[in-house]
Each structure stands twice: as structure tokens, then as C-alpha cells.
Design a protein around this ligand. Structure first.
Ligand SMILES: [Fe+2]
Length: 594
């Protein structure tokens, strides 16, 4: 591993990849540090926010500089704006800066995580800058925005088979998947309006359509409740069949959005005011654009919103198949998925089942969104990374020094014991809800055991208790199960090894009633499988359950404070323990009880 490289992606879901003092590869996601989901490094646009955010960025870089094995010779970057260069140059005065591409980095990073030698590597995503197929961008101003890439990588040799620039390219932005969530009232997101404000700077100049980047997973949770409506397919298709540049243009987005709304709501009297707002004649000023966009927020609910989610998923799958199928047919390779749309576990499951018929595998990156870009930048230059990736390479517990303080407090009231698996299984079977905070955090959006909330999925009311009293999230969002890799075929149909929760197999008919908290309404489950090498604690808990004659499945969801990113401090962990229905906390070698 090349400790002379530091890689940073500064756009939304900012992260840094580097080699630390212990010669370990590390990936630091800015959101875990600032506690702002999907946080970007670039300066926040609103004047009043700039100062505090600037402080956070300086502290983040100071933290990373302290972790580094040596001063980097090269800093590989994407989406770092001018003001931030000066900050980075102050900290790393001797480093050379190299600008990197978007999709190539998604693809190369995921390829190096897969361990495959030959692979078709596919990035399905929103828009990102691209130039040449080695990932290096010589002149960002002249780079096109593209929404997908299909690469063939044989023994590190990269061939670009298809991008939006190719002559046979399809006009398609998979990342538009998330755009309908704006319309859906069941999806709670304070950023719906906040981000809308940030689309324009103080001079009313359009700067970004970042507001749609988050929460696609919530939309996917609603899919199972709805039906595909044939009459909506074409208009939703138009929403996808934009170039990324069009998708970023508010006028084009609004025109398509207008059509979508009026088609979707044409028979609904109660929404006539929304339609008439859209059909109003004056749409020329930016104020009007903002007003129009705001008027669409949360305008659909109930059956209409479920059907929109289902139809959106249907169209997404149809277009993705059309894009990738010719390449799956032509090349007899294993397949790697990256880009934010690789988080679509429903589509991943279908592709994995398709490939399985010809004995091929689908690998899905654990951090396929832009939080994985810095790792892709790093691997584009350091070609030695195959098989060296561990998903548990994120932030350490940031305030370790506070552990003794909490230990003293809890030992005085006899509420702390040494960690032991048997006691944890006792608690789980009593219906208690626990959390883990162990070592370095997992990277990517999913908790995989080191910052997880766990409990018994066989308890019928567990899902509602978790949603209402611990996670404070929407009722319709499913929770994922964990089982030992060797047990996957006992509990699930068409299950694949899934260490990063990448697929949604069906729960076997006979276990759907027995495991209600992890069985989604359509019978699927977002499964994580573990070997003992991958996660010793999870594996041992599952084995102990099995030894006692129980189903060896636990529920796993991310450990966070309501709506915040996965947490990184002891202080936050105890806040959740003491202020929600969480019952116990596994913190390194201790077990804290309430
Ligand atoms: Fe991306």
C-alpha cells in the first residue's frame, strides 16, 4: 500500500482514503465527524453557516493529518473547490494535486474490493465528471457529466465498453431514481426544503440540485406496498431518460416534474391546487422555480405514493436491464456493481439470480455511493489493493478517553459486566434491544456489526418498538437480518453470500411468521451473512442461539441518533442508551446495562 497517496472526494458524501501510522488502509467519511448526513467538504453556501462548517473541515483535516504514516506526495481529488485548495495546501505544502474522474473511480474501487481478476464493472449513478479511462481528469471544465459506465477489467487492464459519451450510448440517468421521493409525504426529510434553498446562491444563481441525493432507500422500502401503474410508466421513463446535465438543470427538471405530477394526479380533485400551480403561466424567475418545486413537496400520500414508488422501481429495473443485458450476454465474466444505485438491493437480487444461472457472481461494493470515491481514486493509482480491503476501516471511537468515566458511573450501580456472548444471548432472548460499538467503524451507509443495533427478530412487535422508540423512523422501512453464511439456505430462498447487505432474498415461507421483524411486506429481507473471519461477535452470537435451539438469526440496524449518520462517539452511544428504549450497550470489552 502506497502511504505517499492521500485521496479525497470533496462533494456530497465526502471521504478521505489514506494509509495510517500502523500501515493500515483507512477511509474517513466526513459525515461521521460533522454528524451531518451526506456532508460535503466544499464550502457551504449560506453565509451564516460558513464559519462553523469551516471549523469542522479544519478539524477533520487535522485529525487525518495526525493519522497519516507520512506526508503525502500525491493528493488525488475530486470536487474540491478553490477556497478549499488553499486550506489543503496549508496542511500539505509539498504535495502534488491530481484531479480524478467519477465513474472510473466508482468502478476501480469496487473492482479492487471484489477480489475478482476479470470482471464487468458497472457504475449506475447520478452525474459525475469523467475524462479518460484511467481516472485522471486533465481539464475538469471540459469533462462531460455522465450517469453510468460499463468497464471490462481484466487483470487490472481497463477497457471502457460504454459511457454516455459512446456512440451507442443510451440517454439515461439511473440516479434519477431518488427524484420521486420529493413528492411523497410518507418520506420524512427535513432536507427536502433545506436543500431546495441551497440550489441558489445569494445572487439567485443556480448552483446545485443536491437535494435529491439522500433517502433513496426509504423510497425502496415503499415499493413493496404499491402496484405498478401502466399509465405512469412513460412519464416516469422520461424522468430517467435525461442526460445528467439536463437532470441538473432546474428548468428541465421542472418541465418533466410538471408532466409527472399532472399525469399522476390528473384524477384527484383534492390535488387540483397543486396541478394548477404547476400549470400557471409564469415560470421564468428563479423565485417561481423554487415556488413550483416547493409546491410539489409531499403532495402524494397513501396508495398514490406507494404506487409511485413501485412504478419508479419497475422503470428503473427495465432501463437498467436494457443498458447492461447486452454486456452480461456478451462477456462471460463475474460482475461488479458500484455507483449509488448499487444500493438498490431489489435489482441486485434479480441480477445475482440471473448471473447464478450461468455460475457467475455479482459483487456489490459496500460503499458504492460517493462515500467510496476516495477509495476508488486511491486504487486508480495504487494497483496493489486487490484483497487488501476490510470494510471495518473507518473512524475509530473518537472519544475513547471517556470510556473509564462511564465505566465508573455504571459500575457504581452494578450495571456493567465484562462482555460475554452468553449474557448477550440471554438479553436478546428476553426481548432486550442492544447496540455495539467496537473498534473501527464499518464504511459505507450500512451498519455491519461494529456500530449496530441488534435484537431478536422473532418477537412480533419488535419492528414497531424499534421504529417508534429507538430509531424514530418511518413505519414502512424494513430491518435487515444477519445469519451465518452457512445457514443462509435454511432461512432464505436464492440467498447469496452477502457480507455488506447487498441483496434482498425471499424469507422461506415457513420462517416468515417466525421472523416477522425482518420479513418485509413482500416476503423479502435485506440480508447480511457473516463468517467468523468477517465478524466474530455476530458469528458467536448466532452460534450460541443455534446451540440453544433457537433460530440463528438476529436483526441488525444502524446505531445512530435519530436521522443522524452512524455514530462515532461514546458520548452519543450513551445518549441513545439513556434516552431511548435501548437496553444494553456492547462497548469494546464491556457490556453496559440499563
Ligand atoms: Fe457517484
Amino acid at each position: 500500500m502506497n502511504s505517499k497517496i492521500l485521496a479525497i472526494h470533496g462533494g456530497h458524501d465526502c471521504s478521505v482514503t489514506c494509509v495510517d501510522k500502523n500501515n493500515q488502509l483507512r477511509i474517513f467519511q466526513l459525515e461521521r465527524f460533522t454528524k451531518i448526513k451526506h456532508c460535503s467538504f466544499k464550502k457551504f453556501r449560506k453565509e451564516n453557516e460558513q464559519d462553523s462548517k469551516f471549523e469542522d473541515r479544519v478539524k477533520f483535516l487535522d485529525y487525518i493529518k495526525f493519522q497519516l504514516k507520512e506526508e503525502p506526495t500525491y493528493i488525488l481529488y475530486s470536487v474540491v473547490i478553490d477556497e478549499d485548495f488553499s486550506l489543503m495546501k496549508r496542511l500539505f505544502p509539498n504535495s502534488k494535486f491530481i484531479s480524478m474522474g467519477h465513474h472510473t473511480s466508482h468502478c476501480i474501487g469496487a473492482y479492487h474490493q471484489s477480489g475478482f481478476k476479470d470482471a464487468l464493472v458497472i457504475s449506475l449513478d447520478g452525474g459525475g465528471l469523467e475524462n479518460n479511462h484511467y481516472g485522471i481528469v486533465k481539464n475538469p471544465q471540459q469533462c462531460p457529466l455522465i450517469g453510468y459506465s460499463i468497464l471490462k477489467i481484466s487483470d487490472q487492464k481497463v477497457d471502457v465498453l460504454l459511457t454516455l459519451n459512446s456512440s451507442n450510448a443510451m440517454v439515461f440517468t439511473p440516479g434519477q431514481y431518488a427524484s420521486p421521493l420529493q413528492l411523497i409525504s410518507e418520506i420524512e426529510d427535513k432536507n427536502k426544503t433545506d436543500h431546495l434553498e441551497k440550489m441558489f446562491d445569494s445572487n439567485q444563481k443556480y448552483v446545485s440540485a443536491d437535494y435529491l441525493n439522500s433517502n433513496a432507500g426509504k423510497l425502496m422500502g415503499l415499493v413493496a406496498y404499491g402496484n405498478v401503474r401502466k399509465e405512469w410508466i412513460d412519464v416516469i421513463k422520461q424522468n430517467y431518460m435525461m442526460t445528467p446535465a439536463d437532470a441538473q438543470n432546474p428548468m428541465v427538471s421542472i418541465m418533466v416534474g410538471q408532466q409527472m405530477i399532472s399525469t399522476l394526479l390528473s384524477n384527484r380533485e383534492e390535488n387540483e391546487d397543486v396541478i394548477s400551480a404547476f400549470l400557471s403561466d409564469n415560470q421564468n424567475s428563479l423565485d417561481d422555480i423554487t415556488t413550483l418545486l416547493k409546491s410539489t413537496i409531499n403532495c402524494l400520500s397513501g396508495k398514490h405514493s406507494y404506487d409511485l414508488a413501485a412504478t419508479n422501481q419497475h422503470v428503473f429495473e427495465e432501463l437498467c436491464w436494457k443498458l447492461i443485458k447486452p454486456y452480461l450476454d456478451k462477456y462471460d465474466f463475474d460482475v461488479v456493481f458500484s455507483g449509488g444505485c448499487a444500493l438498490n438491493v431489489i435489482f441486485n437480487q434479480k441480477v445475482a439470480e440471473h448471473l447464478n444461472k450461468t455460475n457467475r457472481k455479482l459483487f456489490v461494493s459496500p460503499n458504492p455511493g460517493d462515500d467510496g470515491l476516495s477509495y476508488g481514486h486511491f486504487c486508480s493509482i495504487d494497483k496493489t489493493m486487490n484483497d487488501k480491503f476490510s470494510v471495518y476501516c473507518g473512524f475509530d471511537i473518537l472519544d475513547r478517553e471517556k470510556i473509564p468515566e462511564y465505566y465508573d458511573k455504571y459500575s457504581k450501580i452494578d450495571k456493567v459486566v465484562d462482555m460475554n456472548v452468553s449474557k448477550i444471548v440471554d438479553l436478546i432472548k428476553e426481548g432486550k434491544i442492544g447496540a455495539t460499538m467496537i473498534g473501527y467503524s464499518e464504511v459505507g451507509p450500512r451498519a455491519l456489526g461494529n456500530r449496530s443495533i441488534i435484537c431478536d427478530p422473532s418477537i412480533p412487535e419488535m419492528k414497531d418498538t424499534l421504529n417508534a422508540k429507538v430509531k424514530f423512523r418511518e413505519w414502512f422501512r424494513p430491518f435487515g437480518p444477519v445469519c451465518r453464511e452457512e445457514d443462509k439456505d435454511i432461512y432464505f430462498d436464492n440467498a447469496f453470500a452477502s457480507p455488506y447487505m447487498s441483496f434482498a432474498p425471499l424469507v422461506k415461507e415457513e420462517y416468515r411468521q417466525k421472523l416477522p421483524a425482518i420479513t418485509h411486506v413482500d416476503g423479502t429481507a435485506r440480508l447480511q451473512t457473516v463468517t467468523r473471519d468477517q465478524h466474530e461477535l455476530f458469528y458467536d452470537i448466532l452460534t450460541e442461539l443455534d446451540n440453544r435451539g433457537h433460530d440463528a438469526v438476529i436483526l441488525n440496524t444502524s446505531f445512530n441518533i435519530k436521522g443522524n449518520p452512524i455514530l462515532t462517539t461514546v458520548e452519543d452511544a450513551f445518549y441513545v442508551l439513556e434516552n431511548t428504549e435501548l437496553d444494553f450497550l456492547i462497548l469494546e470489552d464491556y457490556l453496559f446495562l440499563k
